[in-house]
Write a protein of this length. Structure first.
Length: 73
């Protein structure tokens, strides 16, 4: 399954800061924009995997389905 998220990058001094707009806590940095992008993909993957493991480890007989909402621009 492929999902898309919004990555935000900001130069701050000698570093590039990066975070995912839709998921609080997914953030990182890198000395180059390329490094920040790679780090952000890894951070997002780890957070999604951890959240999934936590959720399914604690909830039995859970049902999964897609949900869509409109987000104001």
């Amino acid at each position: 399954m492929k999902r898309e998220f919004t990555a935000i990058y900001k130069k701050s001094g000698k570093w590039f800061l990066a975070w995912v707009e839709e998921i609080p806590g997914v953030n990182t940095q890198g000395k180059t924009l390329k490094e920040a992008k790679e780090n952000l993909k890894e951070a997002l993957s780890l957070i999604l995997e951890t959240n999934k493991n936590l959720m399914f480890g604690k909830i039995s007989n859970a049902k999964r389905e897609s949900i869509s909402i409109k987000i104001p621009a």
